[in-house]
Design a protein around this ligand. Structure first.
Ligand code: NAD
Ligand code: TDX
Length: 337
């Protein structure tokens, strides 16, 4: 099989590339990635040593380039991880999200149609369902996204479903909960708080800290989506969660405990605009298919914290960029008010 992994230089995509090369050693894997601030060639360090791996720098919104890559490499299937992914950035710059997450997805679908590819897997998120007070969303629940990020991801999903309905394309969608693990950009809750705590910097906890997410270790999401790709039914949507629903306060305490750092590092800062209260998924459909998670939350968090302790050369340069400076100033200013 010849697999095109878009967005494969990012966090989850690069873990999937590693898994794919290991689990399907006869495959050819091509990554197409624009290398935005979130894409990092260092994430593909191991993959680059493998003769079955090729990297192409480019934008999924560029239809000509996408077609050329598919033809040159004889691609059979596409797995689309490429997206703008950070909710706080989507509140500042919604247009980038609509472009990549909606239009970019549509460009890929058009190529799947033109070249009659065998599969297209869209990597989506639980955020498209919106917030839920109790229980978990099922795949048949209506979409109620509330941030520019989740609205753009929902737009991408709707394109996928429309291409299924109209052109009968062999598409699938996975919607996973919050991922964590090594190589996650240090703007997201867990890597930001771990790296700040390592450096004895404040941890900016939004609002009352009681917002809740279901946390899944990145390797479990990658195994799950690989399972869905093999065993799933075209046209279907599959939730991938781990059942680890935790408040942000609980996550923060667990990180401080692992690093033996004081609670005084926590800074209560004003809430994120439109902050969703709780995300959770009903996992019946995916579990009934035989798809299971392997990682217990505590061991996964320990492994993640240890990776950031061992790899400061990976994350330290990322924390000095323009956005991180802006981000830091924003919260310091808000805190002063
Ligand atoms: P990430 O931000 O770490 O990586 C995104 C990658 O996409 C980067 O390598 C970036 O360079 C690339 N990219 C962005 N725009 C592109 C474009 N126009 N053309 C080509 N490449 C482009 O993201 P992630 O956390 O690894 O998320 C991967 C996917 O999984 C996304 O689709 C995201 O919506 C979804 N998802 C993420 C989570 C999570 O908790 N991180 C949870 C559920 C779903
Ligand atoms: O500094 C912070 N302080 C804080 O309290 C940050 C960055 C976050 N938070 C809170 C907001 C959320 O309630 O932590 C929670 C998690 O925040 P993020 O890590 O930004 O994740 P979230 O907004 O839940 O979205 C993530 O999960 C679903 C990913 O960024 C998405 O790409 C994915 O689709």
């Amino acid at each position: 099989m010849r697999v095109l992994v878009t967005g494969g230089a990012g966090f989850i995509g690069s873990h999937y590339v590693d898994l794919r090369l290991k689990k399907h050693p006869q495959d050819q894997v091509v990554v197409l990635d624009k290398l935005t601030y979130a894409g990092n060639p260092a994430n593909l360090k191991d993959a680059k040593k493998n003769s079955h791996f090729t990297f192409v720098r480019g934008d999924i919104c560029n239809a000509k380039l996408v077609e050329r890559v598919i033809q040159q490499h004889g691609i059979d299937i596409i797995i689309n991880f490429a997206a703008e992914t950070h909710v706080d950035r989507s509140i500042l710059h919604p247009e980038d999200f609509a472009k990549t997450d909606v239009l970019g997805t549509q460009v890929l679908l058009e190529a799947v149609r033109k070249f009659k590819l065998k599969r297209f897997l869209q990597i989506s998120t639980d955020e498209v369902y919106g917030s839920i007070e109790k229980g978990g969303f099922r795949e048949t629940d209506p979409l109620k996204p509330s941030s520019p990020y989740s609205a753009s991801k929902a737009g991408g999903d709707l394109q996928v479903l429309a291409y299924r309905h109209t052109y009968n394309l062999p598409v699938l969608i996975t919607r996973s909960s919050n991922n964590f693990g090594p190589r996650q950009y240090p703007e997201k809750l867990i890597p930001l708080f771990v790296t700040n705590a390592i450096e004895d910097k404040p941890l900016p906890l939004y609002g009352d800290g009681l917002n809740t997410r279901d946390w899944i270790y990145v390797e479990d999401n990658c195994s799950g989506l690989d399972y869905v790709l093999e065993k799933g039914k075209p046209g279907e949507i599959y939730n991938i969660g781990a059942g680890n629903t935790k408040t942000n306060k609980e996550i923060t305490s667990a990180i401080l405990k692992l690093l033996k750092k004081p609670c005084s590092l926590i800074r209560r800062v004003p809430d994120r605009l439109g902050h969703d209260r709780r995300y959770a998924l009903n996992m019946k459909k995916t579990r009934d298919m035989g798809c299971q998670t392997q990682w217990a939350f505590t061991r996964a968090l320990q492994t993640t914290v240890q990776w950031y302790l061992d790899n400061p050369q990976w994350w330290q340069p990322l924390k000095t960029g323009e956005y991180m400076k802006y981000y830091k100033k924003q919260y310091v200013d808000r805190h002063r008010k």
